[in-house]
Design a protein. Structure first.
Length: 509
């Protein structure tokens, strides 16, 4: 007898519809799954067989064939356990009603429990885009999937209960969740008002937050680079609902949803400098998995001890820093992952860390310093907007009780600047100054003759590349937005130039 259920498999962040066809014929007993299943799906045969027996169903004797259509699409994931079991029960005649309108997802335990899966939200969103509106999912995945309001979610934790529901022996209402209870913003442990003696750094980080600009911090050990970077999320605008769903989908795929709810705060990722290229960028042997740059999507990526990362790892950042996405190709699949993050790169000025430190003497030779600094190539430096040198904090700064702006105050200014940009670029597919391309810069950024003269002088003096120069102009626009200025003034451009003049000290020959 023939039966069919609908489910899905993930290729990157995109879900593909999979039809699970089941047929039982006479012959020597066998259980075959065809249609390019991976090892986890091949193991479904044993999980499904034992689960059915332990749930009280008589496993059929005969030739059982499960086909996963389309046959040329590689399938992976334990979410196919449940649709395989339901399709098989349909072929056995245990389920007598049509269930093809449902997308069925779930892994089976040996005692018939339906256990949670990774990537449930991503699968539900993908199938909704194909027109499906009814979903049967594991009970533990209900909260993450219920944030999509225009679909019906039916969660189950036992196979028997699901069979009773499909046979219309048991009534189950679609699950609903109160979104207002799961969208509360996080209270941060850090506040910029407690950051003493680093006013110039606070200003640079505020500009970074306002325009979505990347930052390179250079300073001696203990000067506060890492500590300062951890404050940046406290002044970033709150994520929109769509951004929260987008980030939650990524974390669902990686199995990193602690509460099963929305990810409400912007991500902050700080991988160790021993991380491999695959760990940072993404990849794997079959279908590539997201890396740290994707987990930092819509948030902050801190790369501490920047020159200590392997050369190939640093250079792999070129594409995501430029395009805000990463294309990862493997033999089984080629996938595209989002990577729209603010990069905070922190480094010492030399191997011992004391080059330029007024409090300690540097013990490195000139060649050692050169080799260390040259681990950061010009193309990478060009892609980082703000370069700032951090001096060690003095004792007087620690005891200074002068009131400093809090994270809440800085955030209000950042949000105001972001709203100005959002309104300015409402007819474009961008929302911040850092995303401007060359044509958009010509359209939205006009320099007066006085400002143009300063820009020309700076370009010739510091030998800026075109990419670096464009980033300076974008930064100038962000600085002007922070002051709610319609035009870029000389002071805005001069401040932006200061954030690029550091290259002349450390990387000039």
């Amino acid at each position: 007898m023939y039966s069919k259920t609908n489910t899905t498999t993930l290729i990157g962040l995109d879900g593909k519809l999979v039809e699970v066809e089941s047929d039982i014929t006479s012959g020597l007993p066998s259980f075959t799954i065809v249609g390019l299943p991976d090892s986890s799906i091949k193991e479904s045969r044993d999980r499904v067989r034992v689960a059915l027996i332990n749930t009280g169903y008589r496993f059929p004797a005969g030739r059982i064939t499960i086909n996963l259509s389309p046959a040329d699409l590689k399938k992976e994931g334990t979410q196919l356990d449940l649709p395989i079991a339901i399709s098989l029960l349909g072929s056995m005649g245990v389920i007598n009603f049509d269930y093809e309108e449902y997308i069925i997802l779930g892994e089976l335990s040996l005692d018939g429990r339906i256990v949670p899966i990774r990537g449930a939200l991503a699968m539900v969103i993908a199938m909704r885009e194909l027109g499906f509106t009814e979903f049967i999912i594991p009970d533990d995945n209900k909260d993450e999937c219920a944030i999509i309001s225009d679909i019906e979610i039916y969660p189950f934790d036992k196979l028997n209960d699901l069979v009773a529901f499909l046979n219309k022996e048991k009534q189950v209402k679609a699950y609903e969740i109160d979104l207002s209870k799961i969208t509360e913003e996080k209270t941060y442990d850090y506040d910029f008002k407690d950051l003493k003696g680093q006013e110039s750094l606070k200003r640079a980080l505020q500009i970074a937050a306002a325009g979505n600009h990347n930052v390179l911090m250079i300073g001696a050990p203990g000067s506060g680079k890492t500590f300062s970077a951890k404050h940046l999320p406290t002044i970033l605008p709150d994520m929109s609902f769509d951004e929260k769903v987008e980030v939650t989908k990524i974390y669902s795929i990686m199995g990193l949803l602690d509460s099963g709810h929305l990810v409400n705060e912007r991500p902050f990722r700080a991988p160790h400098h021993t991380s491999s290229e695959v760990a940072l960028i993404g990849g794997g042997h079959s279908v590539p998995r997201p890396g740290e740059i994707t987990l930092a999507h819509k948030g902050v990526l801190l790369l501490d001890e920047f020159p200590e990362y392997k050369k190939n790892v640093i250079e792999a950042l070129r594409e995501p820093l430029e395009n805000k996405e990463i294309n990862v190709a493997r033999s089984q699949a080629s996938v595209k992952y989002p990577a729209d993050f603010i990069l905070i790169a922190a480094m010492n000025p030399c191997p011992c860390g004391n080059y330029g430190n007024p409090l300690k003497e540097c013990t490195c030779s000139f060649n050692e310093i050169r080799r260390y600094l040259n681990k950061i190539s010009s193309p990478i430096l060009d892609r980082i907007d703000i370069h700032i040198e951090i001096k060690p904090v003095k004792y007087e700064d620690l005891k200074d009780d002068t009131k400093s702006k809090s994270s809440a105050e800085l955030k209000r200014e950042v949000v105001r600047a972001r709203l100005i940009q959002k309104e300015r670029y409402k007819d474009e597919k961008i929302s911040t100054n850092s995303e401007l391309n060359t044509n958009q810069m010509k359209k939205y950024i006009k320099l007066s003759d006085e400002v143009e003269k300063i820009a020309k002088m700076a370009f010739n003096k510091y030998n800026f590349s075109v990419r670096s120069f464009n980033k300076i102009i974008k930064m100038s626009r962000t600085i002007a937005d922070l002051e709610a200025s319609a035009e870029i003034e000389s002071k805005h451009l001069l401040e932006a130039i200061r954030y690029r003049s550091l290259d002349d000290k450390y990387w000039s020959n």
